[in-house]
Design a protein around this ligand. Sequence first.
Ligand SMILES: *Cc1c(COP(=O)(O)O)cnc(C)c1O
Length: 432
Amino acid sequence: MIHTQSEAAFTEAKNYIPGGVNSPVRSFRSVGGVPPIIAKGKGSKIYDIDGNEYIDYVLSYGPLLMGHVPDCVTEAIKTAAEKGTSYGAPTLAETELAKLVCRLVPSMELVRMVNSGTEATMSALRLARAYTGRDCIVKFVGCYHGHHDSLLVKAGSGATTLGVPDSPGVPRAVAETTITIPFNDIEALEQVFAERGHEIAAVIMEPTPGNMGLVLPKEGFHEALRAITRKYGALLICDEVMSGFRSAQGGSQSLYDIDPDITCLGKVIGGGLPVAAYGGRKEIMLQVSPAGPMYQAGTLSGNPLAMAAGIAALTYMEENKVCEKLESLCAILVGGLEKAAKTAGVPVQIHRLGSMFTVFFSAKPVTDFASACACDLEAFKIYFHSMLEQGIYLPPSQFETNFLSLAHSPEDIQKTIDCAAKAFAEVAAARK
Ligand SMILES: *Cc1c(COP(=O)(O)O)cnc(C)c1O
């Protein structure tokens, strides 16, 4: 594959944009090389400015449940754009999307629209703090909830260390209100609550973490989490920005029977436009301004263009049982990948849920961030670049989740499995 135009364009981009990208993962830093500069997408494919075609498993990191440029969403956007893209005044479309969301995710009795997942989790934390009158929050190592100060924190070495910022510029005082523990670790959870339970406003979690690669909860983990938060009067915040309408139509909370106090949504909810939301029990959400005292606002929040895209995407999803179809497709793909890895003699752990999956290059189970970090990252790099050269566009990091769309055909899936067989063979050869 030739990438000369992408290489030149990326060099030019770096003259004007930090690192040449508007979100770091796009730069290919962790796998090396230059990212293809994308010119257009259609269905399951994207095309770069050198004219190369790729089957896309990034799908904008999740939002594109129906693939690129699905007619249902494109038509809705066109119609809405003709009538005005934003008014800063109430519209019918906002209520329509809110109603749809509350029906699809019943733990959300009231919902507020925002523009990004970061905004949703930031607001959810402020709400939890306002509602409980407490400052501390608990998060799990390796879960990503956006880039605002309180959540840009992982663990120190100990199981229950105080938060240390992941980035310069995060005030220590803010980071110190964030307690981090390993995912799937009920003992650490119990210990943290025994020590500081009455300072904890909320536990925020990805119910099925997707930002360290896709990791699944152990049996009993969510039950323990719900029981202990209730016992201490802390709220449970389910961050389903990635898993909402992806792991299942009702999100991972429907699969694991979780009853969260607050849920955050994003990605799929906007049909490819910037939309996210937070919502939950009425009594809690009535704290949000102007119904209550907790302030949160947004000039473009709930704008009619974004609402139209969200309504179109979610309606199509529900009417066409998209999540169920994708689950079957994903099972076929993952089955093929497992077989291909086995044939090549490459040890992998492949996790899947709904239309999400991750190939971990590890001989051991991956259950949390530490075990994800123990993966063979060099093997991942070889696999990634081999797939890219064969026209399969994967997320450029071992710690990301792959996504499927309704536009992915059985032929796409078979081609991907064939390419993976070659990529695994290259990994095996390099590992000899
Ligand atoms: C993507 C993501 C976010 C952040 O959403 P943005 O729209 O990128 O700000 C938050 N939480 C989870 C679980 C995510 O996957």
